[in-house]
Design a protein around this ligand. Structure first.
Ligand code: NAD
Ligand code: AKB
Length: 325
């Protein structure tokens, strides 16, 4: 599938700030229009766009002749619990505007990432399939579930090519996360690299599915380019790379920072984490568009440490250190 002009909404966020260079590399700089409600002065392609403003969305889609949208503008789980009204407006009204405008412009594709936030406390805990009890208990989860249904509706009723996948917690180093429950993982790695200890806002045994950003980016593009005839699902593919508890991440970090310590002081985000599953069944993504992540916990942690300016300990470096003692 060729994409002539791609609009990325929420492009200043954790995913968008990495997806824009990734898409630009694949399709060319002039094919990608990054946008966000916040400005970005370092990229002259960047346009200011509030997705809740329907007229502004229509104007941008028409002006740049957009045929593909990666719709990332959203309010995440923890921020959404602090301001549910804003989460509803951005995640639902914003999405509605994008779908309507895409239809009007006969766009080829609208990518709408979903989240493990669609699940709730009644969802089975492990190896959770796509179709299961969801019943989310956060405004974020409710909006994300509705977004999946809306995407399916626009496809079935109007033929809009809406596609989406349920991201787990994403780990990355370029742009700080935007107020999620899985953010502890990034914070913990950053503090370890700085040589500091960390106070974790989740309990040590809160197991959640995770993924490193390079796998998230290639998954988004794979699904975007997937042959339509192979897709039995559209907007709700489960994907994940590995599942960890904060304690397991702490142990992984201690391999490189021996004196690193974490204390556990759960806050309101614990309730959100408790409502999400520990692991997912990703077989539909594998069968329908060859989902294949490359980074496990060890590779993710090591790559994060190196990119944050830290040093990793290898078997050889431990051996040399012991020999020099
Ligand atoms: P983020 O919070 O880092 O970025 C969201 C961006 O949206 C921000 O730059 C913000 O300025 C922008 N935004 C907010 N309101 C807006 C508005 N009215 N108009 C335009 N832009 C607006 O989020 P992210 O982590 O990059 O997430 C992107 C998408 O991926 C979201 O749909 C999110 O639900 C989904 N997702 C993310 C994760 C993760 O771990 N990062 C996991 C699951 C799903
Ligand atoms: C969050 O924690 O809100 C996000 C997500 C899993 O959707 N990282």
């Amino acid at each position: 599938m060729t994409f002539e002009k791609i609009l990325v909404t929420g492009a200043g966020g954790q995913i968008g700030s990495e997806l824009v260079p990734y898409l630009s590399e694949v399709f060319g700089n002039d094919r990608v229009i990054p946008s966000d409600v916040r400005s970005n002065s370092s990229d002259n392609r960047f346009i200011s766009l509030d997705v809740t403003d329907r007229a502004a969305v229509d104007l941008a889609m028409d002006k740049y002749k957009i045929d593909t949208v990666f719709h990332l503008a959203a309010i995440l789980s923890a921020s959404g619990e602090k301001n549910p009204e804003l989460a509803y407006r951005v995640n639902i009204a914003g999405l509605y505007n994008i779908f309507e405008s895409a239809l009007k412009n006969r766009s080829k594709l609208v990518m709408t990432p979903s989240s493990i936030g669609v699940f709730g406390p009644d969802t089975p805990r492990e190896n959770v399939p796509i179709e299961t009890i969801t019943r989310p208990v956060t405004m974020y989860g409710i909006t994300k579930l509705m977004a999946e249904y809306l995407g399916n509706y626009y496809h079935a009723r109007f033929g809009l090519n809406a596609r989406g996948l349920r991201f787990p917690g994403l780990i990355s180093y370029k742009t700080p996360p935007g107020g999620g429950t899985t953010d502890y993982s990034i914070e913990m790695i950053r503090e370890a690299v700085k040589g500091k200890n960390y106070v974790c806002f989740l309990k040590e045994d809160s197991k959640l599915p995770m993924m490193y950003m390079p796998d998230a980016l290639q998954s988004l593009l794979k699904l975007a380019e997937a042959d339509d005839s192979r897709l039995k699902h559209r907007t709700d593919f489960n994907i994940t790379s590995f599942s960890i508890t904060p304690k397991q991440l702490e142990a992984e970090l201690r391999k490189h920072y021996k004196s690193f310590e974490v204390t556990y002081s759960p806050d309101f985000r614990q309730r959100i984490a408790d409502s999400w599953p520990g692991s997912l069944d990703v077989s539909a993504a594998v069968q329908e568009w060859d989902f294949h992540p490359n980074y496990d916990l060890r590779a993710t942690t090591e790559d994060m440490i190196v990119n944050l300016g830290g040093k990793i300990r290898t078997r050889e470096s431990n051996f040399l250190e012991a020999a020099n003692r």
